[in-house]
Write a protein that binds this ligand. Sequence first.
Ligand SMILES: Nc1ncnc2c1ncn2[C@@H]1O[C@H](COP(=O)(O)OP(=O)(O)O)[C@@H](O)[C@H]1O
Ligand SMILES: [Mg+2]
Length: 446
Amino acid sequence: MKSLKGQLILWLVGLLTLVGGITGGISFFLALQEANTLLDRQLVEIAGSVDEGSRLPAMQARFRSENDKQKARDFVIQVWLKDEGARSSRPGFALPRAARTGFSDLRLPQVAGNAQWRAYTLIYPDRTVQVSQAADVRLEIATNSAMRVLLPVAALIPLSWLLVGLVVSRLLKPLELVTDAAARRELNNLDPLPTENIPLEVAPLIHAMNALVYRLSKALSAQRQFLSDAAHELRTPLAALRLQIDNLPHSPSPAELGIRIGDMRRGVQRASHLVAQLLKIARYEAQTKATALAMIDLNASVKDIIADLIPLADNRRIDLGLIQNDPTTIFANAEDIRILICNLLDNAIRYTPSGGQVDIRIAHDGENALVEISDSGPGIPDGLLPRVFDRFFRAAGQHTDGSGIGLSIVQAIAERASAKVTLANRPERSGLIASVVFCCPQKPAA
Ligand SMILES: Nc1ncnc2c1ncn2[C@@H]1O[C@H](COP(=O)(O)OP(=O)(O)O)[C@@H](O)[C@H]1O
Ligand SMILES: [Mg+2]
């Protein structure tokens, strides 16, 4: 993983160094040129101010008194009068005379220790004046003055590195604070991570993390609630069983003992059923992976479920019938759909009093498929309808065995299958209508 801070500092330092280097290079080159122009100007000025050579003896005397370094730096002035040979400000110095007025770069075998000279020659009718300077000396002077231009740039580059480091650290400080806050967070701390001073570009990430933390904590508290609800629901049948076991030794007769054991067996069955239902709902709610989907013949599935429940319906003398059966296929998980419809139909049969009627309708309007189960039972008081999908919820006054989990399983499956389940009381008479609409798309894209 790359560090944003490291990358930023590296790039900014690199760029500043490059820009500084280029700026320094250009400044150095320009200053060098400027210095050379100035030195040339000096040659012209000196040449212009020299007469027939009246000051040459004095200059020679001064030359002799100078040390080597000073000697090397001196301009050399040569004067030719019409009929005379060259006279020079430096004794014994003899550069050839240029033929024209102007500058010349002379490469000569060692003259006074220097091989290259820059000279300016001024030709009058009666005399010629030539001023020269050693190329080495010129280069040294020009380089020294150009270096002085370079110095501030060279000093500013490391300073800019320091500033980049400081500024980047300062800008990223809020991010470090959030990271710190997240790292030191207690599990049960729901407060959102701080977003003040956070850069605009990073704020969405922090908001998304806050939303995630919120959803996670909701899920965690739902889990905790589920566990405590489940424990509470299991405690009742287990407590009843314990009481029954405690009372067993006091059974007066073998017949009475048989009845009590029968009661206990039913209690154990209820508890096992509850545990099975709990496991089912836990599995459905935790399942995030897509289940295997396939095209399902809804009519055949419903017929199978009816066949399974006919004994129960007969036992309760319920008239169970399929009153509409449009050929319908849906794209879903077969087992999920079986459990969903089975739970609704099971409720309809169980909560309808003996001798009642349960009708099933399978219809579709081209886009949506509908399974509707209507019964002639008592229905559910309108005020309680919104709560029937809650776990462990049972409408008051039930004499039927149950755990209050069936409809939460139905709801969990419906959500996964993109189906919509609604329960409503029948308008024209007492009874409940449970409808399941399977929404599009019900078929995989071709
Ligand atoms: N067809 C129905 N008629 C009347 N009441 C119903 C019907 N279906 C469900 N209910 C009510 O909704 C409650 C929750 O149903 P469910 O989740 O299946 O749990 P259970 O059937 O185990 O009680 C039931 O206890 C019952 O009060
Ligand atoms: Mg039920």
